[in-house]
Ligand binder design. Structure first.
Ligand code: SAH
Length: 222
């Protein structure tokens, strides 16, 4: 669960966050659980210092190591597609700043997150500890999933994959959902939601174009 952060912030920051929530609503996000979570997570904690004025713009932003914190709309869109119920186990591939993990936790999910770039993971861990020490962070190749804690109710991939990593389907519960951007170029993807059937096959729905940094690793881009 997500605890109210012991941080002090200016009313300006809180106001900008409320405005962002209104903007996401206007752009078509309808899931109240998602909107409330975004309304509660202080994005400034996951953001590079000295760029305060950009924190609540609906845009991605560089966080170092060639990676980005995802655009809030994208975070909201993927979170909405997951259709999480409180207490469900969710695996995130690509911790990055840790912001998406915090939003999922604020939605009531039990979050596991995995990242390949160790310095990014360490930074994210510091911030997530302030907010919620129940998010479990791992270092490694997320295309292999996280078998030790499988199966998951939902899996979210926050980097662009060339194809669906088979391990991730294997580690989903029956009825579980995998939300993943897939594209045949490293910088341009279509968002997909895959739902696992009892015979191990999947139903695939597509949700339009998005742009992510590439998913690396064994079943990613090399
Ligand atoms: N969810 C993040 C956005 C991350 S950007 C946020 O909220 O800020 C995508 C991240 O995926 C990058 O940090 C990148 O290093 C990571 N990544 C890429 N390939 C990966 C892999 N195979 N396993 C785990 N993480 C990976």
């Amino acid at each position: 669960m997500f605890t109210t952060p012991p941080i002090s912030e200016s009313p300006v920051m809180a106001g900008r966050r409320n405005q962002l929530v209104a903007e996401l609503r206007q752009k078509g996000i309808v899931d109240e659980q998602v909107l409330q979570a975004i309304g509660r997570v202080p994005r400034q904690l996951f953001f590079p210092k000295d760029f305060e004025q950009f924190v609540y713009r609906d845009a991605p932003f560089p966080i170092g190591h060639g990676q980005t914190i995802s655009q809030p709309y994208t975070v909201a869109f993927q979170s909405q597609l997951l259709q999480i119920k409180s207490g469900e186990k969710v695996l995130e591939i690509g911790t990055g700043s840790g912001y998406q993990a915090a939003v999922l936790s604020a939605m009531g999910a039990h979050v596991f997150t995995i990242e390949t770039v160790l310095p990014l993971l360490k930074e994210a861990l510091k911030v997530l500890k302030i907010l919620d020490n129940q998010i479990q962070c791992f270092h490694g190749d997320g295309t292999l999933g996280l078998p030790a804690s499988a199966p998951y109710d939902a899996i979210i991939v926050t980097a662009g994959a060339p194809e669906v990593p088979k391990n991730l389907i294997d580690q989903l519960k029956v009825g579980g959902k995998l939300v993943i951007p897939i594209g045949d170029k490293p910088d341009s993807q279509t968002m997909y939601r895959l739902t696992k059937n009892s015979d191990g096959s999947v139903n695939k729905e597509s949700f339009g174009p998005f742009r992510f940094v590439p998913l690396k690793g064994k079943e990613g881009w090399n």
